[in-house]
Write a protein that binds this ligand. Structure first.
Ligand code: DAH
Length: 339
């Protein structure tokens, strides 16, 4: 009987299976109710007593090794089926999800490109500023409302330090540190103590422009801004300048572009005026030039400042400022094709 069992052991060892069905047949052949192992156990009753120990051990060895064989056959087949049948290696891989540029970055880059073509350099200044660079050097009177806690974020421990409310502060730094001719734009983040709504936010972005040289005139300002508007909103874009007031420019103006939504006919975006305000500008006030160490008798200059959020709203028809900060991919994905 020992020899018979050894033969079965040998047979089992050499057995190979290519499917689960074949393994099942093998299992039934050995372990089934009427299988080999049960048969052997029946035969075991007739084994002479002196041989029982050896035959019993051999029989158990067969039982265990059949079970192990079944397990290992199943395992091998499982591995192979994962490799071969479930995965189609010829399929293209899942594409990596690409991010998109934020609309504010897209428009900021576009503004930079336009002014670069006119020979403007790019400059930057700190977001945490002092009173001098944000207000005093820019000719803000002592009692100006912008100096009020309601409008500006001050640092509690030192009210001379504040978050800049406009990028005009960079003008001051440039004028203090370089000599004319100066031709620069300064993009950056600004902060105001505003309640957040569809039309206002406490953080937004501006681009400041500054041009200082001998004989710079208002005509230069107007032509520069007309070029900018046409490049940004299209060749047919018209502009108009309205007299205004800023402490740091004299004369000052605000610039409107013809509403690109209704084509100037009047709609709810332009409040039925046909015009949309996009920036403030003017000739740099001689007081500001002198405060910053530039001889106002020799040099004149123009400056302008625009909000990037506002230009982006007009360019892409975005109606709510809060969308810029929510980082909702459904919003951002719409700018995929723009670089
Ligand atoms: N700083 C102004 C603001 O934040 C914008 C501005 C207006 C900038 C006129 C200028 C300018 O340089 O000349 O509203």
């Amino acid at each position: 009987m020992i020899e018979k069992i050894n033969n079965y052991l040998e047979e089992a060892k050499e057995f190979v299976a290519t499917s689960l069905d074949e393994i099942e047949t093998f299992r039934i052949q050995f372990m089934g109710k009427k299988g080999i192992i049960n048969d052997l156990f029946s035969e075991f009753k007739n084994v002479p007593r002196e041989n029982k120990k050896d035959v019993g051990q051999k029989l158990n060895e067969l039982k265990v090794s059949i079970q192990e064989k079944i397990n290992s056959l199943k395992e091998n087949l499982g591995d192979k089926s994962e490799d071969n049948s479930d995965i189609d290696m010829s399929l293209p891989g899942d594409p990596l999800k690409q991010g998109t540029r934020h609309p504010i970055s897209i428009v900021r880059n576009e503004i930079i490109d336009i002014f670069k073509r006119l020979g403007f350099t790019i400059s930057e200044g700190p977001e945490i500023e002092d009173d001098w660079h944000v207000f005093s050097a820019l000719n803000f009177p002592e009692e100006h409302p912008a100096r009020d806690m309601q409008d500006t974020f001050f640092i509690e421990k030192n009210p001379d330090i504040l978050l800049r409310t406009h990028t005009s502060s960079v003008q001051v730094r440039i004028m203090e540190n370089t000599h004319p001719p100066i031709r620069t734009i300064s993009p950056g983040r600004v902060f105001r103590n505003e309640a957040i709504s569809a039309r206002a936010h406490c953080i937004f972005h501006q681009v400041e422009g500054l041009y200082i040289d001998e004989n710079v005139s208002f005509a230069d300002l107007k032509q520069t801004l007309l070029y900018f508007a046409k490049e940004m909103f299209g060749e047919k874009t018209e502009i108009r300048l309205r007299p205004s007031y800023f402490p740091f420019t004299e004369p000052s103006a605000e610039m409107d572009v013809a509403c690109n939504i209704c084509g100037g006919k009047g709609c709810n975006v332009c409040k039925y005026t046909g015009w949309l305000e996009i920036l403030g500008c003017g000739m740099v006030d001689p007081n500001v030039l002198d405060s910053c160490g530039i001889d106002s008798k020799k040099y004149t200059g123009f400056a302008f400042g625009m909000g990037i959020e506002r230009i982006t709203m007009l360019k892409y028809g975005i109606k709510d400022l809060r969308l810029y900060f929510e980082n909702d991919v459904r919003f951002l994905d719409q700018f995929k094709s723009v670089l």
